[in-house]
Design a protein around this ligand. Sequence first.
Ligand SMILES: [Zn+2]
Length: 438
Amino acid sequence: MKKLIKNVHVLTMDAEKTEYPNGYIMIADNMIDAVGGMEHAPDEKAVEEIVDGKQAIAMPGMVNTHTHIGMIPFRSLGDDYPDRLRRFLFPLEQECMTEELAYHSGKYAIAEMQLAGVTTFMDMYYFEDALAQATDEMGSRAILGETVIDFPTCDADTAHGGLDYAQSFIPKWLNHELITPAIAPHAPNTNSPEALKEAVRLSEQYQIPLTMHVAEMDYELDHFRDTLDMTSVEFLDSIGALSERLVAAHCIHLTDQDIDLLKKHHVKVAHCIGANTKSAKGVARISDLLDKQIPVGLGTDGPSSGNTLDLFTQMKLFANFHKTELKDRGAFPASEIVELATMGGARVLGMENQIGSLESGKKADIVLVETCSVNMFPLFDPYAALVYSANAGNVQDVFINGKRTVKDKVLMDRSIAELRQNLAEQMKEFTVKAKERL
Ligand SMILES: [Zn+2]
């Protein structure tokens, strides 16, 4: 099945950042067949479907490298409490999170991401089998990691029960077209060294990604300094947990030696500027990481940490915080930030040969961002428009693996009202218990 997207300003995000200001993209089944200027567009008679982009910006589907899609119920709950994690998140997860609630939260979160142009994401949560089911039904591309933590959880009766859960979860989803299973130890300080080593072993056995919050918390660093006289990253190195399979989320507090270790072991970094600054934790040393060619992508973190699951918000916050941090207006020009949201994320997830740019032979994950809304005029630079002017509401059409999931700002095949209604139904007990804690 061939589809032609025409009349778009194509930002390919290939190595040369090739642009076609009046361009087309040809999709054949689930792949990009050709990209170029309209003067070379194929004969429309040879295609089954034509999409007139109406001068939209066509960009690669965005990649959210760190989130928790089961956590929609927590959004806007206790945002400004300093002890939010232990006052709301951990106890409410224990008391009220069920497989059904995680599943409906997952579908809602995926819908939110699709409407915002996020076509691929990496998740860490509980009940990942239900979240994989939700992802499969919604048709997004994802790496899904079951959480491992040192206390009983909503989906495991024993500490580190996620390791047992993963034993059946991983093989079940190993050969799915869009889903890659993963293992996700919560953090270096919330797991025993033995459990961390077992998670590493699983990722080696199945050749799957491992993802973990790393160097995020002050008390995480204090713990390793006081007990082992090490940093978190040095500790992970000492137990053999650093590898090219590790996607380390946050990495806010890094020493020069930590950065060298990440580089040496080809670790990738999911940078969550919105969550990190909202919680006053700090601004990670992204410029130093990129100087060492360490792959960096953008992440929203969960909907309770960053409140939105869209990368437009992250791109804007990235620009503001990093330019301020470096005291340099010219640092990180918009095209570099769009790269972090697309190709950078693809590299972090080890998918750079499949997604991240609009090139012949890659999967057809494509986003059209309209340019006719009030906030999009005038338009001198499409990269600057995406980073500084646009928001998720400007996403017009989305294609994932060649299939259109959003058409003219509306979900195809799904109703957001119905997804919300289903989630609200499941949230009744959660809502009562959550209000008791306020
Ligand atoms: Zn997180």
